[in-house]
Design a protein around this ligand. Structure first.
Ligand SMILES: Nc1nc2c(ncn2[C@@H]2O[C@H](COP(=O)(O)OP(=O)(O)OP(=O)(O)O)[C@@H](O)[C@H]2O)c(=O)[nH]1
Ligand SMILES: [Mg+2]
Ligand SMILES: [Zn+2]
Length: 331
């Protein structure tokens, strides 16, 4: 059964524990599945408390679970992740990264063919998705809302900004284009859906499932704004055996909807800034610069740093942008 949830490892090394997958997280409580069945579990305090290397589990995580046939299970370890998509939590002053999805085989970024369509949002997302550890597919949703000529035009625009990333157009309403997702919708493979509220993430889950697994809601058509129907991340198993992580839309949380939301898409870059010796480091000639160190040892990709700088130039034209225009970095 745990294999049906995408687990490919062997027995876990912790005595008395079995591999399990987190399908939903509600504060301190987790819904998990394992070979014994499904249960509610909590973290074993000693396994996580005061242990900075122990990463708290989130939806999609594989964990080591002490199954309790009579009640609540105990999560004793988070197993290593194969992929991860993060953003900065803009509500947090300390600019903490928030993990949106983990352990997916393919990351799908959904953008709908109404006012939600934006090549800049697409670019920012693809930049962030590029470091997730899994391939990304861009999905233009609600293709039924545009005519053939408009559709071709949107597709061309998106593809011109998507690089090597596959771009597909679909309609969950009519089923048009869904066959293009068939190669990904495979037993034991995990798909993660992300994008603004109202773009049709949950509708696509339902369309692929052939049943109403997830609630969906009308968007306000006059401004194309979603209503944040999905409020928790959830991993569901389709009857085809594919696994999908549905996530809440990110509009109010900033990210790609805010035009200044580069920080969200570049969490991995901006977390480095906190490690620079000087708090006002311009990542140029300053000693103790964490960005330059990361570029030097390859943990930060030069192309990604340059994409970040380009977006900064485009959006703000600030300090960092000037540094970029006068300085080239080498690995
Ligand atoms: N015309 C049309 N409408 C669609 C399509 N897919 C979804 N919708 C509608 O768009 C609205 C929002 O869909 P949801 O699936 O709830 O969107 P979501 O991305 O899950 O939104 P959040 O859960 O708020 O993040 C609903 O009214 C859907 O019926 C489509 O292919 N065509
Ligand atoms: Mg939803
Ligand atoms: Zn620096």
């Amino acid at each position: 059964m745990i294999a049906d949830y995408g687990y490919t490892g062997g027995p876990v090394a912790i005595p008395g524990a079995v591999p399990a997958r987190v399908v939903a997280a509600y504060g301190d409580y987790y819904r998990v599945v394992c070979d014994e069945g499904e249960c509610i579990a909590r973290k074993k305090a000693g396994a996580y408390h005061n242990r900075p290397d122990a990463i708290p589990p989130t939806t999609g995580d594989f964990v080591a679970l002490k199954w309790n046939p009579h009640g609540e299970g105990r999560i004793v370890a988070t197993l290593p992740r194969t992929s991860q998509f993060d953003r900065l939590d803009p509500s947090s002053k300390r600019r903490q990264a928030q993990t949106i999805a983990v352990n997916f085989d393919t990351l799908f970024f959904l953008m709908s063919l109404n006012q939600n369509f934006s090549v800049r949002r697409l670019e920012r997302f693809l930049a962030a998705g590029a470091v997730s550890g899994a391939p990304v597919v861009a999905v233009l949703t609600k293709s039924d809302l545009v005519d053939e000529k408009e559709l071709a035009d949107y597709l061309a625009q998106a593809r011109a900004h998507a690089g090597d990333v596959e771009v597909v157009a679909i309609s969950s309403l009519t089923g048009a284009g869904l066959d293009q997702l068939a190669p990904y919708v495979q037993p034991r493979r995990t798909l993660a859906f992300i994008g603004s509220s109202g773009v049709g993430k949950s509708s696509l889950v339902n369309a692929l499932a052939g049943e109403e697994l997830m609630p969906t809601l009308e968007i306000r058509e006059w401004d194309s704004k979603g209503r944040h129907t999905t409020t928790e991340r959830e991993l569901v198993r389709l009857s085809s055996g594919a696994l999908v992580i549905d996530t809440p839309g990110m509009r109010e949380l900033g990210l790609w909807d805010a035009d200044a939301g580069v920080s969200d898409a570049f969490a991995d870059v901006e977390v480095l800034f906190a490690r620079c010796r000087f708090s006002d480091c311009r990542h140029d000639t300053e000693p103790g610069c964490a960005v330059k160190a990361a570029l030097a040892d390859g943990t930060l990709d030069v192309a990604r740093w340059e994409a970040y700088l380009r977006l900064k130039v485009e959006l703000a034209g600030g300090e960092i942008a000037r540094a970029a225009s006068t300085h080239r970095y080498r690995k």
